[in-house]
Design a protein around this ligand. Structure first.
Ligand code: DMJ
Length: 582
């Protein structure tokens, strides 16, 4: 049976939890009466003694009471205003929504108001996940269990499930859905699912196949997933697998420039550029650093971190357009493909994300990462941020390959940006970053609301000249892979601001997923979100379990710091990694 969708609201009563009702006992309790009597006798004694005191003695008693009360008030006030480790992010001022100034606004210097020393997580401080606590979280957990069950029944050990045909699908042959989704099961408190996944990884996951895999995808999904599971459980099995995989992935860095090749053969430990090009993708080569650094820190082997950090350092040295990078880079020369597309969507996105996140992961100690991030966000405002007509919605466009002409097109992938901007602001970056984040949240939300499915298309186009509507979706771009980016940003915005509107928006989208993407064997990608009867695509991406459902679960958490952003940084595939001191 299909679940209800946006127009059939699922009833959620927060007070549905069973209340501890105490039973009333009509028997007279005589001890209460005796207590009352003896209390009134002792009151009379106190009054008689007080009347016998001299005026001086009474004044001393008054003075003592006044001093005690003053000390008490002072102590209480001091306690209330003391910044708590946990609520640091929350206490930063968040400006109300206002319009971002796009042209030649003087750039404010960052005020690192939250530049406190980074927090290194100790074993006994790891979060304990005890499962859902409210109806919305229970619903999301049920969605995860439904997806996991379908995958387990029809595609166990394969990369993905094709939920319509009930067939498996392989890409890297690494049991991608198990490894990618496992920490979501852990965070949701699903011990049975976690145990069966752990068992498969321990017995079946091998990296010895003579097969090319994508260096970036395997790093963020498989290496990232193994490292988070290791962090949470301290189970050495996960670390051993991660070291074996990391060792094999290191082949990608064996290029003349050290910029990794896109494809690695894990079995033969060789790497090469893709068949169709000499180039690697900029976002791919710059979105492995959190994972390789974490592997080094966990295994005490600096080689992983060194190889990946050298890539960031090299790219730092390259000329850019006000911090903005072309989407292709040559691993032989170490140079960007000149005049390639500039975008915060496909192939560009996580370059910007990892500048900030690497800076946070290393306890805000690597300054060039922050500098490059700040410059890039200024570049975004200057060259890519525009307003649509007629309603002046802020969106992020692209610069076309060759001409660098502005293209008013925004990938859904770009909806990661408001979350990242909010994270930066919470860590002391300029207020206009938060203004930009809030405005982009509205725009991304509208890309969902514009469609009867309440789901967003892969790409949205915006009108710059007078038109009846601000945005439109071309049929070729109308599909949805149930991507996580906007829900990810909702999670960041909610944890950082506490504004429950972000939860409400997430719930509307969740209902769209339930109504249009849920099928008997799981959840499926859609061919067209513009129609109430969308053609379904027969693919359940691993990131739906790893990211989309995880961020929904965290968004609806009663404890909005369930995974605290002052202690953890999420990799690009939603695997939380602990923040280090340096
Ligand atoms: C995920 O695999 C990662 O978030 C990646 O960085 C971008 N695309 C997908 C999800 O959309």
């Amino acid at each position: 049976m299909r679940s209800p969708g946006p127009d059939t609201q699922i009833e959620v009563t927060e007070g549905d939890q069973p209340t501890d009702v105490k039973k009333w006992n009509p028997t007279i309790d005589t001890s209460i009466y005796i207590n009352d009597q003896s209390q009134s006798i002792s009151h009379r004694k106190i009054i008689r003694r007080w009347n016998r005191l001299s005026r001086l003695q009474r004044s001393i008693v008054y003075a003592v009471i006044v001093i005690a009360a003053t000390v008490g008030v002072l102590f209480y006030t001091a306690r209330e205003t003391k910044p708590e480790e946990k609520s640091n992010i929350n206490q930063l001022p968040v400006e109300p929504v206002k319009n971002l100034s796009l042209v030649n606004e003087p750039v404010a210097e960052p005020v690192l108001s939250n530049n406190k020393p980074a927090f290194e997580i100790e074993q006994n401080e790891r979060p304990v996940f005890t499962g859902p606590t409210n109806a919305k979280q229970y619903a999301v957990v049920e969605s995860f269990r439904h997806a996991w069950k379908g995958y387990k029944t029809h595609a166990w050990g394969h990369d993905n499930l094709k939920p319509l045909s009930g067939m498996p699908s392989d890409w890297f042959s690494l049991g991608l859905t198990i490894v990618d989704a496992l920490d979501t099961a852990f965070i949701m408190g699903l011990t049975e699912e976690f145990d069966e996944g752990r068992e498969w990884i321990s017995k079946e996951l091998v990296f010895t196949r003579n097969k090319d895999v994508n260096f970036f995808e395997v790093t963020i999904r498989v290496l990232g997933g193994l490292l988070t599971n290791y962090h949470y459980t301290q189970d050495e099995m996960f670390l051993k697998k991660a070291e074996d995989l990391g060792d094999r992935l290191m082949a990608a860095f064996n290029s003349p420039s050290g910029i990794p090749y896109s494809d690695v053969n894990l079995g033969t430990r060789t790497a090469h550029a893709p068949e169709w090009s000499h180039y690697s993708t900029t976002a791919e080569v710059t979105t492995v650093q959190l994972e390789f650094r974490e592997l080094s820190r966990a295994s005490n082997n600096p080689a992983f971190e060194d190889a990946a950090a050298a890539v960031s350092e090299k790219i730092h040295q390259l000329p850019k357009k006000h911090g903005l990078v072309p989407i292709f880079i040559n691993p032989n020369t170490g140079q960007f493909l000149p005049h390639a597309t500039i975008t915060l969507g496909a192939r560009g996105d996580s370059y910007y994300e990892y500048l900030l996140k690497q800076w946070l992961h290393t306890g805000k100690t690597i300054n060039y990462l922050l500098d490059d991030y700040l410059t890039a966000i200024e570049g975004v405002r200057e060259f890519l941020a525009r307003r649509s007509m007629p309603n002046k919605y802020l969106f992020i466009g692209e610069l076309l390959a060759g001409s660098e002409a502005f293209n008013p097109k925004m990938d859904h992938l770009t909806c990661f940006l408001p979350g990242t901007l909010a994270l930066g602001h919470a860590n002391g970056l300029p207020d206009w970053h938060m203004t930009m984040a809030e405005e982009l949240m509205t725009t991304c939300y509208l890309t969902y609301k514009a469609h009867p499915t309440f789901l967003a298309p892969e790409i949205t186009h915006f009108n710059l000249a007078s038109a009846t509507s601000d945005m439109y979706t071309k049929t070729a771009d109308a599909h949805s892979l149930l991507r996580p980016e906007f829900i990810e940003s909702l999670f960041y915005m909610y944890q950082i601001t506490g504004n429950t509107t972000y939860q409400d928006w997430g719930w509307q989208i969740y209902q769209g997923l339930e109504k249009y993407a849920k099928v008997p064997n799981g959840y499926t990608s859609l061919a067209n979100v513009k129609t109430e009867k969308p053609v379904q695509r027969d693919m359940m991406e691993s990131f739906f379990l790893s990211e989309t459902l995880k961020y929904l679960y965290l968004l609806f958490s009663d404890d909005r710091y369930l995974i605290d952003l002052t202690k953890y940084v999420f990799n690009s595939e939603a695997h939380p990694l602990p923040i280090h001191k340096s």
